[in-house]
Ligand binder design. Structure first.
Ligand code: ATP
Ligand code: MG
Ligand code: MG
Length: 545
């Protein structure tokens, strides 16, 4: 647990101390209408985190009251995400739809108490009657229906005798309330739609404001934690539970600031648009801000958990810099993954004075990483280096190979360029070079000074791989529409070359390709015939600088 307690934990401790509850029960209540995103990860960390800190329990509840948008595949994705992040919801997943009968009975009870009525105005009139911030609303004539009439109509609504929109059930609260949400909020609407769990059993569905507080109560939730947009809904939450005079203890709602990240959209509706429009390859496209996307890209669960922890829990909305998330994964991988060499845009180098071959022993980890491990790198007279590590007409400050400037091959020898070979169009096709036998890394007595060391692979042993370079999905800091998509967010390189140590038998392995970034063997597409590596994140840290 963090040393500085956030306001939610302070509240939980207060309630426990006061003996308000025996055990803390929270819930994570997503609507299964899309894959969970990084904002959900924050909510998962808060709800499961608090429950675990206080030896309580956190329920995973599918808030499935909107039949037209929900689906089992999203339920599975939500379960996967919670599990991957390392949390446990206990014996079973809960569904609001399991409480439809109970919630219906509570509605009938409110009607019997004279606290709810069937309204039959059309949408336009309903809006007009609602009033404005400065002007009180008024009830429609239907608010005068007798309890018997209301019971009868509500039952007929349930039995499917009316069309969508013909009637609604409303709470009878206060059409003059300063909090507009309290102006006789909707409790039920008619929706003739097939529900992915209850099928056609119901054609009336409870609204969020009615279903949520009751589901919390039914499950014995103590702290119902939601995002700030629901601040004004809290009064309805309390009204419903208080009016029904439920046996205590009852839950209370607490709000925290929603996570927003720049260069990122975080609404399932907008993410669905990207998937449906094929702007990405699916919900798990490595550019998506979904848990499935981060997972496929190669983010570790630790990096997501650390990020959620570091951004903290606030009461006011703010925007988090995406560089902070990138920092978090870089920071995690830095101490974990082996360093290897890959060449993304190969340029052939022939070392004319080298004969035969040898193996160079090289550490997987730099000195400041407390991990052990070495591999053997094949070395020969035929190598590939990164095309951009050679310059015929170097700009000022270019420290790599030029016709005049030698360079060190990482873990190997110093080489100098002797000849630049070109094709008919003037493109460089090969460098003929010379190596210095006494310059071997670790036992260099050559006295030659070089300004940098570059990655390389031996031509014969190198393996051809596909590398997918991912960049931010949006080019604008505050993306609004599809026009803000970054047209170069994915670059595919088909014939990159890696040293043999990178050739893993299974996907799901991470490496740092030296000087290039962190890479992940794609868990879906990687196979022996077509090894695919996803770029997780670059090496440069732009955050906090
Ligand atoms: P979206 O429209 O982005 O999908 P939502 O609030 O409709 O978000 P739900 O499935 O209803 O999504 O959310 C489940 C839980 O996750 C809720 O408690 C909600 O407050 C929380 N949540 C959703 N988005 C964020 C976010 N960006 N930051 C923090 N919590 C979030
Ligand atoms: Mg919601
Ligand atoms: Mg939503």
């Amino acid at each position: 647990m963090s040393e500085n307690k956030d306001f939610l934990r302070v509240k939980v401790e207060e309630d426990l101390k006061a003996g308000k509850y025996k055990e803390v029960v929270t819930r994570f209540p997503p609507e299964p209408n899309g894959f969970p995103h990084i904002g959900h990860a924050k909510s998962i960390c808060i709800n499961f985190g608090i429950a675990s800190d206080y030896d309580g329990h956190c329920n995973l509840r599918m808030d499935d009251t909107n039949p037209t948008k929900e689906d089992t595949k999203y339920v599975e994705a939500l379960k996967d995400a919670v599990q991957w992040l390392g949390f446990d919801w206990g014996k079973s997943v809960y569904f609001t739809s399991d409480y439809f009968q109970k919630i219906y009975e509570y509605a009938v009870q409110l009607i019997k108490m004279g606290k709810a009525y069937v309204d039959s105005v059309d949408e336009e009139q309903m809006r007009e009657f609602r009033g404005t911030v400065t002007q009180a609303g008024k009830r429609s004539e239907y608010a005068n229906r007798t309890i018997e009439e209301n019971l009868d109509l509500f039952e007929k609504m349930k039995n499917g005798e009316f069309k969508d929109g013909e009637h609604v059930l409303r709470a009878k609260i206060d059409m003059g309330a300063a909090n507009m949400k309290l102006r006789d909020p909707l409790l039920y609407r008619i929706r003739h739609a097939h529900h992915f769990r209850t099928g056609d059993k119901w054609c009336i569905y409870p609204m969020y404001d009615f279903a949520h507080c009751l589901s919390d109560y039914i499950e014995g939730v103590t702290h119902s934690i939601c995002t700030l947009e629901f601040e004004n809904n809290r009064d309805i939450y309390n009204w419903v539970l208080d009016t029904l005079e439920l046996t205590p203890p009852r839950p209370y709602q607490h709000e925290f600031a929603r996570l927003g990240i720049n260069y990122t959209v975080m609404s399932k509706r907008k993410l669905l648009e990207l998937v449906d429009g094929n702007y990405v390859s699916g919900w798990d496209d490595p550019r998506m801000p979904t848990i499935a996307g981060y997972k496929r890209r190669g983010y570790t669960k630790e990096s997501i958990l650390n990020f959620c922890d570091q951004i903290g829990i606030a009461k006011a909305n703010s925007m988090v810099d995406v560089a902070q998330l990138e920092y978090s994964i870089r920071d995690d991988l830095n101490t974990k993954v082996p360093r290897v060499m890959a060449v993304l845009d190969p340029l052939k180098v022939t070392i004319e004075n080298y004969e035969g071959s040898e193996e160079l022993e090289a550490s997987y980890y730099p000195h400041d990483v407390p991990k052990e491990g070495t591999r053997k790198i094949p070395f020969s007279g035929e190598l590939y280096i990164e095309r951009e590590d050679f310059s015929e007409n170097p700009p000022k400050g270019f420290y790599r190979l030029t016709p005049e400037q030698p360079v060190r091959l990482r873990h190997g020898y110093i080489i100098a360029c002797k000849e630049v070979v070109k094709d008919n169009e003037g493109n460089i096709t090969e460098i003929k070079a010379q190596y210095y036998a006494d310059s071997k890394s670790g036992s260099d007595t050559s006295g030659i000074k070089v300004k940098s060391a570059i990655q390389w692979v031996s031509a014969k042993e190198a393996k051809k791989v596909e590398v997918r370079l991912y960049d931010r999905l949006y080019k604008n800091e505050a993306p609004e529409s599809l026009d803000d998509l970054n047209p170069t967010s994915l670059k595919i390189i088909k014939d990159a070359l890696i040293e043999p140590a990178v050739i893993t038998e299974k996907p799901d392995e991470r490496f740092q390709f030296e000087r290039q970034g962190y890479f992940y063997a794609d868990p879906v597409d990687y196979c022996e015939e077509n090894p695919v590596f996803n770029k997780i994140v670059g090496l440069k840290d732009s955050w906090g600088k």
